[in-house]
Design a protein around this ligand. Structure first.
Ligand code: SF4
Ligand code: SF4
Length: 195
């Protein structure tokens, strides 16, 4: 059983780290629910955005709620569309919080199993940009299928996409790939140095 001091520390650390990473103080949320009412994905989420804010607010006292936020499907479903941010009367940057929670969730290896395909898609997208400087759709599709194991998914869409020029067999590459490599290296280093 966790001691009260330890339990307090774990929860406090999450809301503190979210504030350090985003500058957003979740205590300012007064649970009006406007963010959840406008969120296009709220019905698909295990916790709509206002509930994520509530989990964070209570996480200092109840560390299992911090755990629920980090293990939620919600943080991976969020599209960063910023509707919640626009609607929030306190101007709380919820998309930035979702991003910080995704980062924490990855770091602490607490990614929701249902987010596996979403992560595979993110990684395939980033790989394409990393190696070509652009989105190479064919490469991304193959990369995603290898990562996710969904080899037959949407296979029938491929021929007509190819015919209308949406899929190319060879990637276009940016000229200055060294600069691209530097950008990725710098971003990775900055991520490692984040609190
Ligand atoms: S809209 Fe803002 S204040 Fe209202 S519940 Fe959402 S985050 Fe909290
Ligand atoms: S940014 Fe995320 S949480 Fe906010 S409205 Fe869009 S999908 Fe919902």
């Amino acid at each position: 059983m966790r001691s009260e001091a330890h339990a307090h520390g774990v929860g406090a650390a999450l809301s503190d780290r979210v504030r350090e990473k985003t500058g957003v103080d979740v205590a300012r949320c007064y649970q009006c629910g406007k963010c959840s009412a406008g969120c296009p994905l709220a019905s698909e989420m295990d916790f709509p955005p206002s509930q994520v804010m509530h989990l964070l607010q209570l996480s200092a006292a109840f560390p299992e709620l911090a755990e629920q936020a980090l293990r939620s499907h919600t943080i991976w479903l969020c599209l960063t569309c910023e509707i919640c941010y626009c609607r929030c009367p306190m101007e709380l940057d919820i998309p930035a919080i979702m991003d910080a929670l995704r980062h924490e969730s990855l770091q602490q290896r607490k990614v929701n199993p249902r987010a596996r395909d979403i992560l595979a898609f993110h990684r395939a997208f980033l790989d394409s940009v990393k190696y070509t400087g652009r989105l190479f759709e064919m490469g991304q599709v193959v990369d995603y299928k290898l990562r996710s194991g969904h080899f037959l998914q949407d296979l029938l869409q491929a021929p007509w996409m190819f015919l209308v020029g949406k899929l190319h067999l060879l990637p276009e590459r940016v000229r200055n790939r060294r600069q691209l490599a530097r950008i990725f290296a710098k971003t990775l280093k900055a991520r490692e140095n984040r609190p």
